[in-house]
Every structure is written in structure tokens, then in C-alpha cells.
Design a protein. Structure first.
Lengths: 97, 993, 193
């Protein structure tokens, strides 16, 4: 069971309190009706699925209830850092993981 | 009774125990293994494949042979316990496994002669392909043999009466293993004041110190020093000592699982837990798990009486038990010399020390000579003899790679040592990569991946003085302290030597030399696997099953690896090491299940009205983890009759229904309506307070995920209802959009599902029934039309009363604070009785809503259904610029011809009730491979129509009105006519009454 | 165990209350006891930069509870608080607190019946909680006055430490028998601890 730092509680909390929410920084187009079918399909269905560092959404659903973002290594399952929803994705060099 | 192999004067209260029906005497402090050995019993089991007689090999958790079943009454039969770990108690009853009809005469031993069948890859070669599986050879010959032989032990079929507890625990320092390294680590960490847990799988803490008779520490005999150290540790309030506790799994972020045997050593099972599973989160971990002695690989090395050398020393020094009267020691390592010396001193005849090394250290040879013991150097073993117990061993000298003439030495025990394998299991489970040390010829812990360090023998440190020093240093490091403590050790013995793989054998030498005792894998099997093309140890392992038994190859993996490497002509690290997996030793299912069984397996959610339903004979159904009243049978009624009656009476006068499980969410804030506009397809801005609207929720892909009636309480407040099963999902979905896509909206969400008990009263008499109970609300048709909500008092309780219908009848849903639910229900019931109203359950609710063509999420929808598919385009706010899912509704696939649409079905024969989920085709006898046009989603006998009805999703369904299609079933196709999906009151006259 | 009392109105018969733990026996040993807590009025208060002087205790800091007399405010999330008060205060709170809050930036929802409160006391209280709650309940990690939403096996709870060996637990009503059943079971598994 992982420990995940909730950026709102500012505390490491057990994984059981969290729910995974898919890839982060996939912004909903501001005017969906203005998108082409291709653009909309890209938003709906296409994800980066990287090997290595992955920015993803989690929710502290059984804690403070907040969605936040997290950089997790999909190879080692290690979480490098977590940050609040709405904050920009931090730049990380690969070596940092 | 007389314990012939117990040394006179051994202390310990005598205890009686029974093994395979024979009563014996043992002592307090014994394991079952030591007690059996005290009685001269070596033969304790039959092997897995060949049913060869097997004896006790070791004295610890690594034991591969001595697996026993302990029986303590109904439901209390535990198989596959290692006799070396079973603590003796007065009255213990144990039995051997894997033998029939008896241990001494086992019919399955024929397998030993039929050994060719069971060579490496037996399973793959014999059972390949469907022909083999169906053949007479399989059913008549192999299957019975395999069934007879398969598995280890038997299980009980009775429920387990014992209690298993689980706890989370947190500590600063977790020390796994309480041998000298672990004890020293705990002394250091204990002084730091940090929270320390020291666990060990044995009943007594101390590890090898418990049987150390030669060495002294700080001027005291090792055992006395240990007693002092344990007393010191007990004086620390911050140190928790956990004997009988195995650290069996190391997981991410220093999460370590421990299993504690709380009561297996007690003659009477106590009230409390039998075992406890501890999930420990440690800031720092010290791994001090010691090392396991390696067997030597020679023909007949599995005969009872052939044991690991140090085990014999343990039985002697700790339990006062001699494993034999005349022993031969075969060793590749110094440590067996101290075994020989201790045994000789205790009066056992040591016929010879056969050292595989040409030049053992001079100090060892001198020790042996001083004790008058014969040492054979450059020795090997060519075989053993004896039926159920070793009676002699053939030894020989190897000169220039040639094995000389054998000399047969009479003996009743052969004690072997191939050296020591560091127990790197926990380190490896922590994701650390073990490193091969070429000069030490062992795998050692490499770089730490987590906050852990190894100390002592598990790190390849074997000198007691070094072990203590290293352990203490590890404790200091883990607890962040530095107070040096020196340990002066006297009488430390040698630590040189060790070998892996088979002993030298004469040319053409034969005989089964076992590598893996528990899975009956021979050195020859490994050879064969390599010969047949297996190159990696992972392949060899799977092909031969070496290391795959319950002992996970603790004594065998390195020998198997060495045999394979030798055959491949590669180095050991080139062949690779198999992965160490959790658990280190088997853990009972009970420990994993804990209290999560029976009534406590899942929460069983009951509504505030549940007790009334139970008292009034309701049958319940599970809806998720809710219990819902399903139907209310009267005397002599089955479900069918009860449901028909409930539906008829509800439409005739009224029915009362517990709708409390419906999800409820209070959406509050100045932007509440704007938020609802985004999350539901419908328009909300203009819905007036006091009015309700059916809401449809889509996911972003445009598919229907939930629905429910939504009431506007005020400009800035909505009372949202969701499906029963969808409540948490809908709230999560709403929070997701609110927090991450529309954070600018000033609106807040609160679940009120359990705040309200909901009593639905449906039927033409609904208004008359509730009217006497309601205060402050004008219930008249004009004042309170269909789809409206009012706040007032019901039975003196503040209530939200909605005029809604899920039946097609005029109806009300009374929301009262949950604690009042039952009481208000009773009041409604009393009023209802005046009109012959019925209580109805979920089944009647389903029938009536289907008659009216109302969908159920998850029944008419499956995650691929759009509003248009359901004929619900009317629920979409056409003027809205955006809502979740809107853009997807115009994707090409969503507007294409041929989508499945909701329709009604009427069977040609009105008595035929279709099966839900059945496929629908154009022809009565579709050819194989024909694509179905759709499927039945709901199907009932309709009391209102007096015939069967069904709802279905059918391709282009709305264009097919009046068409006849078919539902092919095993008994023949059923003809169905496509009709509109509303069967009762399509114009909605009744509902507005 | 049930909260007694009834509300009488001039129309209709008075309704009485029935709680989810009615008829269940709760652990009552010295080492560990479970009892119904005094608080019976509960509100979820959500919003931004909230001040609730009209309630009593000011909204607390992150992961804390604040108390004044018999009233308490618990931090559940950055914009979510649980207000607890004795049952008889419910009407007064509704009448005074709601008007004092800025409607543009707050939401107040009555959840008095949604959940129940339990007091867990005794030497083994933290231990029994740790049977289902994965948080570190040591005094250093979970000090007196700390409050948080968390889990206990398969149910969500709100946990508030009121003393070395005293916790207040809030649980949704239909999950209460499950929670209490497991707590009682956990106590039985503490033999020798």
C-alpha cells in the first residue's frame, strides 16, 4: 500500500483513502462544440500512457475530498511529488525520479 | 514414553502428544520435531511425487519434509505445518501427510519405481493437447495417479471456528529477526527512545544464541548474555517484542506484513484471536533474518536420518535431544565442526567428519583431532542405505577429480552442511537487487531501495563478534543514534567454506540425489531440463518445479542454480536467480480474511424502515450493499403471486414503497443552477423553486450514466436524487467537474442520501392517505401538481414532500429525517390500511415502471446508450451551449443509422415471459454468426395488461413498429411484435390526477 | 442507545425516533467502550473563507477540531467543515447560523440524521481503531484535537481525537452496525495486547 502525500492535507496518507483519476492536464476544451470530431476524439479517448514519469489525477476521496495531481513513475510505481489541481505540471528531468 | 534420545537431566515439564495415532512424551519448550526426535522418530512424511520416506531435515522455517497436519477438533485441522515450527503442548495431535494407508507402508511409493513418468517436464509432456486430456490413458491412468499425488496435505471442510485479527501498526524501527544481529540492533534502537518492534518467528527470541553452547559474549555464556539482553529490552517502554511473529512480506514504502501465531501453542484455544496479521508501516527497517544451511546433493540425501548439521546441534543444545547414536558428518563448511564437537561431548559417536575440502583450516582439523574425531578430507558421498531410516553412508575420497573406492560407514544419522545461504528474501521483496559475491560464493543484499539495511548472517556476516557489531550499528543507523557499544566474543567458531551443487560422483554413478525435497526434484531433473533446452533459471524452475513448493526452495534454490549453471557451463549470476516472493512462509487464509467474513464481510446497509419490512415478512434483495424489501408475501403466496397482488392493489388504491436508498445530493450555492446546467442534459435555469424535473446525466462520451428526479428548493438550492447504486459515483463525477473543470462556480455539494428516509405512496388514493398526516402543505391537484415539491410537516416532523411518480399513478414521496422514517412509515401504513393499500417491494416497483416505460439505469442502459437511443431527447436542453456529453452526441457514431433504440416487445403468446438479456433476430432460425438486432432489457408479466411485456434495445427500433422479430431460445424461437415502450396510460392522464 | 424524544405538531401524530444501533449491544469494557456521543445536531458547512462566530467555535485549521462548550467544528477539507452540537441546539443553529452566513460563498446542509456519533474510550481504543484504520494513531502523529475523514475497513468515518484514550467517530447511519460490529470484533482480537 502506497503512502501518498495529499497537497491539501499536507500529510502522507494511506493509498486506501485515495482514488485514481486518470491522466492529468487533459483540459476540457473551453468550447466543446467548436472542436472538430478529431479534436474531440483526441480529448475523449487518447492518452499518453508513458513508460516512466506520468502526471496523473488522484482524489483524496476518503480524506479531504480534493482532486490533485501527482507525478508517478509507471515503472517503479514510485510517486515523485504531488501538487494541487490547477497548478502547472512541474518540470522534472528524468534523472530526478 | 521414555524419550530414549533425550539427554538425562533435560529440564522441561513432560507433555503428552500423539503423532499418527501413537502417544509419545515430550517436554515444554519442544517443537513437534524435537519431541519426535527425542523419541527416535525420524520418519515423518512421504514425499510429494515419489512417496519416498522422508525425515526431519532442519530445525526451522525452511523445513521441506516434515509437513504435518495438526488437528484440534471440528474445523481446526491445519495442514502443511512444519513440524520444526509446531510448538508442543499437552495433548497435541498431529499426523503425517501424503501417505496411504500408513507412513511406514505407502502404496503410492510405487511412484518411486515408476519414476520415469515423473521426470522433469512430466506435466508438459504428458498432458499436451486436447487429445491427451480426453484420452483413455489420461482418464484411466494419469488422472487418478495425479489426483492421488497432487497437493500437499488435505483441508478441512468445516467452517473455521477461530478468530483472526488484523491490525495496522506504525513504528520508527522494525527489526525482523531476533537472532544476535536483531537483538543487538534492538539494544541500539531501544536506547534511542524511538518506537521499536522486534519480531521473530520463534517462540523464544534469540535465534542461534538459543543453542550456542561454545561462544561467550561479554564474558558470559551466550545464553546468559541473551537473557540479560532480553531483560534490558523488556525494560524499554518503547520496544515491543513480538515472538511467534513472522515478517512474511516486504512491500512498498516500508510496509511490512507480519503474521503472529497467538494461540497455536496453547492447549485450549482462547476466546480471542488465534492469529493476528500486522500491517506495519516502519520508518526504518533492520533485516536480521539470518542464514539457512544448505543441504549437500548426493544420492540418497533424502533418507530419514539425513539432516542439516546445525539442526542436530540445535536439537542437542536447546532441547537435549540427540538425533542419533552414531552419526557421520559430511560438510563443505567449518560450522559442522562445532556440531561434531558438541555431539561428541554429549556422548554421540561421531564416526567421521567427511570434509569435501582438500584443505580445511588447520584450526578445524586440530579441534577435531583434540576431540579424537576422524576427519576425511577431499571426501564425497556416493550413497546411503536403509529402508525407513539411514543405516549406513558410502563415503569416498576424490583424487584428481576421480572418486575412489567407497567405504560404507554404519550410522543412524548423516549430518550435512553445504555452507550457509543468507536469507535475502525480505531484502529482495523490498525491490532491492541481490548481488553475487564471487569470492564468497553467495548472493548478498545490494543497494537499498527502501529505508532498510541488513545485518548479520543475512548479509553474509557469520562471525558472532561481527554479527553483534553489525547488528548494533544497524540499530544505531535506523534509530538515528550513535552510542558505541563493543561486544567481546570468545569461542567464536570458523566461518570458512561452502559449496553448491552436487558432490563429486563416480563415473556412471546412479541414485536419486535430491535438490528440492518438497517437490521431489532431483539433480538429474535439472540436467534434463537443461538438456531439453531450458537456459534461464526461471525456465528450469517452471519446467522442473524446483523451488515452487510451499517452502519456496529455501534449502534448494542455490543447489538447483548451481547444478543448472554447471550443466550450462555458465557462471551462477549468468544463469540468474529466481524472484523472491511474498509470503516468506505460508500464511493462513484466516489471517488474510481477518474479521472480514460472515456478517462483517461487507457493510450491510439497511434503511430506517428495514426493521418494519422484516417484521412484516418482506423478502429482501441485495442492491449493491443495500438490503431492499423485494416483495411482501402473504401466507401461501410465492413471489409471483405477491408481486401481482402488490401491483394490482397499488394501481387500484395505493401502494407504499420504501425509496430511502435513492441517492440524494444537496447542491447549494449561487451558481447551483449553472452547475446543474453543466452536469445534466436538461435546462435548469428556469425551473421554479418548488418544481421538479427528471434529470438525465451523461458522461463526457455522451452515454447515459444516471438519472433521477431533481427538485429546486430555492434559487440557490437543489435536492438531487440519483439511482441507488449510482449515488457515490454521481457525487464523485460532480465533484470532479466542479473541482477541476468548473472551479469558478460558487456551488457546494453534500450527500444527503442517509439524511432522509423516503416513503413513496403511489396510486389513486395516495393523496387521501397522506393528507391527514401532513401539515402546512396544500396537497390539492392544482396547488401541488405532478413534479412539484413542498416543505412542511408530516407527523410533526419537518419533511420534504415531492409529488412524483415511478409507476404512472399519481404519487407522493415523503422525505423525513431518517430517525423518524420508521415511525412516519407506520403512520402512513395505518392510513393506507383504510384504503387497502399494500406495501410493495422492488420487484413490483420494477414491473410498474416497465409498464409505464420508465428506464432503469443499468438495465435499459449499459454504458453505450445515448438519450436518443432511449427516446429521451425531450430531456435535452436544446438551447444549452454546453453540458457534459453534449459534444459527443453529434459524433458520427452517435448519429449513425442502425443504433439500437428502446422499444416495447409483445410476445405472440401473451403468457410467454421473455428472458432478460435474450438476443433478438430478424429470422426465427438465424444462421450461426448472424448478428443480433438487439436484446431484451426488461421483461415481466404485467398485471395491468394481463399479459407479458418487455422492453428491448433493437437496431432502428423506432422504425420497426409493428414488425415481428424473433427471440431464439433453446426451446425454439419466440415471435415478438415491436411496439412503443409505454404500455400503461401513454397520455399520462392518471399521473396528473 | 436510541436518541429519544419526539417532535409534536398540532397536526398528525407525533413521530418517534429510531436509530441504526437500536437493540445492538456495544463494547463496554474498561479497556475499550463504545457509546453514543452527545452531539446529535450536525451540519455540513462548505464554502470559502468562512467565519462562524454565530455558531460558537471558529472554523478550525487543517486537520483539526475546534470546540466551544458542547459545540465543535471539524475540518474535513479546505472548504468543508462538520459542525456538531447537542440535539436541542439544532433549531437555534438553523435560525442563527444560516442568516449569519454569506449566501454567496457558503452552503449549509443539515445532516443530523445522515450519520451518528460514537465515543470510543479506553486503553485499547486506538488499537481497536487501528484494526480498520490505516492511519498512524500514535499521539505524536494523531494528537489530541486532530480530526480527519478517513476509512475503517469498508466504511468511511470521521475521526476526532478528544484525549489520549478517547476518540469521537462519525459514521453514516447505515454503516454504523458494520463499524460497531468490527470494533467489537477487534476488541476480541486484542488478547494479550
Amino acid at each position: 500500500m502506497l503512502l501518498i502525500r495529499c497537497p491539501y492535507c499536507e500529510m502522507d496518507r494511506p493509498e486506501l483513502e485515495f482514488r485514481y483519476g486518470g491522466e492529468a492536464h487533459v483540459a476540457r476544451p473551453p468550447d466543446p462544440m467548436a472542436t472538430t470530431d478529431e479534436e474531440w476524439a483526441e480529448y475523449l479517448y487518447f492518452r499518453s500512457n508513458p513508460r516512466g514519469l506520468h502526471a496523473e489525477r488522484w482524489r483524496h476521496i476518503h480524506g479531504c475530498g480534493r482532486f490533485f495531481n501527482c507525478i508517478r513513475d509507471t515503472v517503479s510505481d514510485r510517486i515523485t511529488l504531488t501538487y494541487k489541481a490547477g497548478e502547472a505540471r512541474p518540470t522534472l528531468d528524468k534523472g530526478a525520479a | 514414553m521414555s524419550e530414549p534420545f533425550r539427554i538425562a537431566g533435560t529440564k522441561g515439564r513432560p507433555m503428552r502428544f500423539v503423532f499418527d495415532g501413537i502417544a509419545y512424551q515430550g517436554r515444554a519448550g519442544d517443537t513437534l520435531a524435537s519431541a519426535l526426535l527425542a523419541n527416535g522418530v525420524h520418519l515423518v512424511g512421504r514425499s510429494y511425487k515419489y512417496h519416498r520416506p522422508r525425515g526431519i531435515l532442519s530445525a526451522g522455517a525452511e523445513e521441506p519434509n516434515a509437513l504435518v497436519a495438526v488437528t484440534r477438533g471440528p474445523g481446526r485441522m491445519t495442514p502443511n505445518l512444519r513440524a520444526t515450527q509446531v510448538e508442543l503442548f499437552d495433548g497435541l495431535t498431529a499426523s503425517s501427510q501424503n501417505c496411504w494407508p500408513s507412513l511406514a507402508f505407502d502404496a503410492g511409493a510405487i511412484n518411486d519405481l515408476a519414476g520415469k513418468f515423473f521426470s522433469a517436464g512430466f506435466y508438459y509432456k504428458t498432458f499436451m493437447g486436447p487429445k491427451a486430456a480426453g484420452s483413455a490413458l489420461w482418464t484411466k491412468v494419469f488422472e487418478p495417479i495425479v489426483r492421488q499425488a497432487a497437493g500437499l496435505g488435505a483441508r478441512t471442510t468445516e467452517p473455521d471456528p477461530d478468530r483472526y485479527a488484523q491490525f495496522h501498526a506504525h513504528c520508527d524501527v522494525l527489526i525482523c529477526g531476533a537472532g544476535p544481529a536483531g537483538i543487538a540492533a534492538a539494544l541500539a534502537a531501544g536506547q534511542s527512545g524511538k518506537d521499536v518492534i522486534l519480531c521473530d518467528e520463534q517462540a523464544e527470541l534469540g535465534g542461534s544464541l538459543l543453542h550456542e553452547a561454545t561462544a561467550g559474549i561479554d564474558g558470559k555464556p551466550a545464553r546468559d548474555w541473551l537473557a540479560g539482553a532480553l531483560a534490558e529490552l523488556r525494560s524499554f517502554a518503547n520496544v515491543r517484542l513480538m515472538p511467534r511473529t513472522q515478517a512474511f512480506g516486504y512491500y512498498a514504502q516500508n510496509f511490512v506484513a507480519l503474521s503472529e501465531r497467538v494461540a497455536d501453542h496453547l492447549p485450549e484455544m482462547p476466546e480471542g484471536a488465534r492469529e493476528r496479521l500486522w500491517q506495519v508501516r516502519a520508518k526504518e527497517v533492520v533485516i536480521a533474518t539470518g542464514a539457512i544451511e544448505r543441504p549437500l546433493v548426493f544420492p540418497g540425501n533424502d533418507r530419514p536420518g539425513v539432516m542439516l548439521a546445525e539442526a542436530a546441534r540445535l536439537y542437542l543444545n536447546r532441547h537435549g535431544v540427540k538425533v542419533g547414536s552414531r552419526v557421520v558428518i559430511v560438510t563443505a563448511h567449518d560450522s559442522a565442526y562445532r556440531v561434531a564437537l558438541d555431539l561428541a561431548a554429549a556422548g554421540t559417536t561421531v564416526a567421521a567428519i567427511v570434509d569435501t575440502r582438500a584443505n580445511p583450516p588447520a584450526a578445524r582439523l586440530e579441534e577435531a583431532r583434540n576431540a579424537g574425531l576422524r576427519v576425511v578430507t577431499s571426501g564425497t558421498v556416493i550413497g546411503t542405505r536403509g529402508r525407513l531410516r539411514v543405516s549406513s553412508v558410502g563415503i569416498a575420497v576424490v583424487t584428481g577429480g576421480v572418486v575412489g573406492q567407497p567405504e560404507w560407514l554404519a550410522c543412524d544419522a548423516v549430518l550435512m552442511s553445504g555452507g550457509w545461504t543468507p536469507s535475502v528474501h525480505l531484502y529482495s521483496q523490498s525491490r532491492g537487487k541481490v548481488v553475487w559475491s564471487e569470492d564468497r560464493q553467495m548472493f548478498l543484499p545490494g543497494v537499498s531501495v527502501q529505508a532498510e539495511r541488513s545485518a548479520g548472517a543475512c548479509k553474509g556476516t557469520f562471525a558472532l563478534s561481527e554479527i553483534l557489531k553489525e547488528g548494533y550499528r544497524a540499530g544505531e543507523e535506523a534509530s538515528g543514534t550513535a552510542r558505541h557499544r563493543d561486544f567481546s566474543v570468545s569461542g567464536d567458531s570458523g566461518t570458512e567454506g561452502g559449496m553448491m551443487g552436487r558432490l563429486p560422483r563416480p563415473a556412471g554413478g546412479k541414485g536419486k540425489a535430491f535438490v528440492d525435497f518438497q517437490n521431489d526434484v532431483k539433480a538429474d531433473d535439472i540436467d534434463l531440463a537443461v538438456q531439453e533446452g531450458m537456459r534461464s533459471i526461471e525456465h528450469v524452475k517452471r519446467y522442473t518445479t524446483t523451488g515452487m513448493a510451499t517452502d519456496q526452495g529455501k534449502t534448494s534454490n542455490l543447489n538447483a542454480l548451481a547444478v543448472a549453471a554447471d550443466r550450462l557451463g555458465k557462471s551462477i549470476p549468468q544463469v540468474g536467480l529466481t524472484t523472491f516472493r511474498q509470503p516468506y512462509t505460508p500464511v493462513t487464509f484466516g489471517a488474510f480474511a481477518g474479521a472480514n467474513r460472515g456478517d462483517l464481510f461487507d457493510p450491510v446497509r439497511q434503511t430506517p424502515i428495514h426493521s418494519w419490512a422484516a417484521e412484516n415478512g418482506a423478502a429482501f434483495e441485495d442492491v449493491g450493499i443495500w438490503k431492499r424489501a423485494w416483495y411482501f408475501p402473504r401466507a401461501g403466496e410465492d413471489m409471483h403471486k405477491a408481486v401481482l397482488r402488490e401491483c394490482r392493489q397499488a394501481r387500484a388504491t395505493a401502494g407504499i414503497f420504501d425509496a430511502s436508498t435513492l441517492g440524494k445530493i444537496e447542491v447549494v450555492g449561487p451558481d447551483a443552477a449553472a452547475f446543474m446546467e453543466k452536469l445534466y442534459t436538461n435546462p435548469w435555469a428556469k425551473l421554479e423553486p418548488g418544481r421538479c424535473r427528471y434529470g438525465l446525466m451523461l458522461n463526457e462520451a455522451g452515454f447515459v450514466i444516471d438519472d433521477g428526479v431533481i427538485a429546486r428548493m430555492a434559487d440557490d438550492r437543489f435536492h438531487v436524487t440519483t439511482t441507488t447504486g449510482g449515488a457515490p459515483r454521481v457525487l464523485h463525477h460532480m465533484e470532479d467537474y466542479l473541482q477541476t473543470e468548473f472551479p469558478e462556480l460558487k456551488v457546494w455539494l453534500t450527500s444527503t442520501t442517509e439524511q432522509w428516509a423516503v416513503i413513496a405512496v403511489q396510486g389513486p388514493k395516495a393523496r387521501e392517505i397522506i393528507a391527514p398526516l401532513v401539515n402546512g402543505i396544500d396537497l390539492s391537484k392544482d396547488a401541488m401538481p405532478h413534479m412539484s415539491i413542498r416543505e412542511g410537516m408530516v407527523c410533526g416532523v419537518p419533511a420534504r414532500v415531492m409529488r412524483v411518480s415511478f409507476t404512472g399513478e399519481p404519487g407522493f414521496e415523503i422525505n423525513v429525517p431518517a430517525d423518524y422514517g420508521r415511525s412516519v412509515w407506520e403512520a402512513v401504513w395505518a392510513e393506507g390500511r383504510k384504503f387497502d393499500a399494500v406495501a410493495y417491494g422492488t420487484e413490483a416497483m420494477h414491473v410498474m415502471r416497465a409498464e409505464k416505460g420508465y428506464i432503469i439505469i443499468g438495465q435499459e442502459t449499459d454504458g453505450t446508450v445515448t438519450p436518443d437511443d432511449l427516446g429521451l431527447n425531450w430531456a435535452i436542453g436544446k438551447a444549452k451551449k454546453d453540458f457534459v456529453g453534449k459534444r459527443s452526441l453529434i459524433r458520427p457514431d452517435m448519429v449513425v443509422e442502425g443504433r439500437k433504440q428502446l422499444v416495447g416487445l409483445l410476445t405472440e403468446n401473451p403468457a410467454t415471459v421473455l428472458e432478460e438479456g435474450a438476443q433478438i433476430t430478424a429470422g426465427a432460425t438465424p444462421a450461426t454468426g448472424t448478428r443480433a438486432l438487439g436484446h431484451v432489457t426488461s421483461s415481466y408479466e404485467s398485471p395491468a395488461l394481463g399479459r407479458s411485456i418487455a422492453l428491448a434495445l433493437v437496431a432502428d427500433g423506432r422504425k420497426r413498429m409493428g414488425e415481428t422479430l424473433y427471440v431464439p431460445m433453446p426451446g425454439g424461437a419466440i415471435a415478438v411484435k415491436i411496439v412503443a415502450p409505454v404500455f400503461v396510460d401513454p397520455k399520462g392522464d392518471r399521473i396528473n390526477e | 442507545m436510541s436518541e429519544t424524544g419526539s417532535m409534536v405538531d398540532h397536526a398528525g401524530m407525533p413521530a418517534s425516533r429510531h436509530g441504526p444501533l437500536d437493540g445492538l449491544s456495544l463494547p463496554g469494557q474498561t479497556d475499550f467502550s463504545v457509546s453514543r456521543a452527545v452531539h446529535a445536531a450536525r451540519f455540513i458547512l462548505r464554502g470559502e473563507s468562512i467565519h462562524v462566530s454565530a455558531f460558537g467555535p471558529e472554523v478550525p485549521d487543517r486537520l483539526r477540531a475546534s470546540t466551544a462548550g458542547s459545540r465543535a467544528a471539524l475540518w474535513l477539507g479546505p472548504d468543508e467543515f462538520l459542525l456538531l452540537a447537542p440535539g436541542e441546539d439544532a433549531e437555534a443553529i438553523r435560525n442563527t447560523l444560516k442568516p449569519s452566513l454569506p449566501a454567496a460563498s457558503t452552503a449549509l446542509v443539515d445532516v443530523s440524521h445522515r450519520q451518528i456519533g460514537l465515543t470510543l474510550e479506553g486503553r485499547l481504543a486506538a488499537r481497536c481503531l487501528s484494526a480498520g484504520c490505516p492511519l498512524d494513531l500514535g499521539l505524536a502523529s494523531f494528537p489530541i484535537g486532530m480530526a480527519t475523514r478517513t476509512i475503517y475497513l469498508k466504511t468511511e468515518i470521521v475521526l476526532w481525537r478528544q484525549g489520549d484514550a478517547r476518540f469521537h467517530v462519525e459514521v453514516w447511519r447505515s454503516f454504523a452496525p458494520y463499524l460497531v460490529g468490527h470494533l467489537a470484533d477487534a476488541l476480541r482480537g486484542t488478547n494479550g495486547l
